[in-house]
Design a protein around this ligand. Sequence first.
Ligand SMILES: [Zn+2]
Length: 335
Amino acid sequence: PEWASYNIGIFVCTRCAGIHRSMGAHISKVKHLKLDRWEDSQVNRIREVGNIAARLHYEERVPPCYRRPNPDAPQVLVEQWIRAKYEREEFCHPERQNHYVSGFMEGFLMKRGKEDSRYHPRKFVLCEAEDTLKYHVKENKEPKAVLRISELNVAFAPPKTCNQNSLQISFMKDGTTRHIYVYHEDPEVITNWYLAIRCAKLHRLQVAYPGATEAELLSQLTRDFPREGFLWKTGPRYTDAYKKRWFTLDGRKLMYHDDPMDAHPKGEIFLGHSSDGFAVKPGVPPGARDQGFSFTLETPDRTYLLSAQSDDDRSQWMNVIQKVIDKPLTPQDAT
Ligand SMILES: [Zn+2]
């Protein structure tokens, strides 16, 4: 690391140093290890505390549902983790976690309209005991929609939303996937909603699978998308023209949409295991039109001819799809 916080007594990386500085010097006093002047007392403070002891103190009671950010986590999650830790000291004082661990949360979020694609304030109510996340158009009227928490997925700030404080919530409705998009101006609030959904999911899974380890359950709470982007695909016949579609890989489901923010995918492709006739190959079959950077996705039902935007784009898509079809099916994958 190149930086240190001399009041907390820890070394930090460049990215975290910026976040520490933004909290203000009353929380964290940051200096560069080489470019700043250090007083003996400041050096001693770091010697006395150090990262290991600081972690034991500031992370003493992190709730299991909390998503500890790894280096490629969305920026807001990294920022809120650091603020929760040092500014709000949520993991030293568990009662400060009540917003998101209590199993109930309500408040307004801006929700993207399905028809007009503008954002409108909607009242959301999360209730773990009922396994529901509801939202209301008019506060005192019936909810517009009732989602099962155990059946929905929430992805944090997918880049296509161009909003760091956003969530994409996806769930099944009438046999097809439905996406809704919400955001809140306050990064702490949107993070708390995300954590509240994760906590409610974890608690329900713990009841449903008492024998499962916490690590197994934690891996099932929420999924960011391994890859999203435009690809061109043909229709069912090889001679059909290539059309531009927005593809989203979500677990074993490869969805394609007309527009990145569509409420419903145009199609959903289940990706099974390679031993059941699923394969991804570069190029197109003989006789089919090749639009460049093409690859073929074979499933038992249909062969999809796809065309990427570049060589690199194609190999990234092929890699993420290959990873999925190499993975054995689990009982939860059954469709
Ligand atoms: Zn860092």
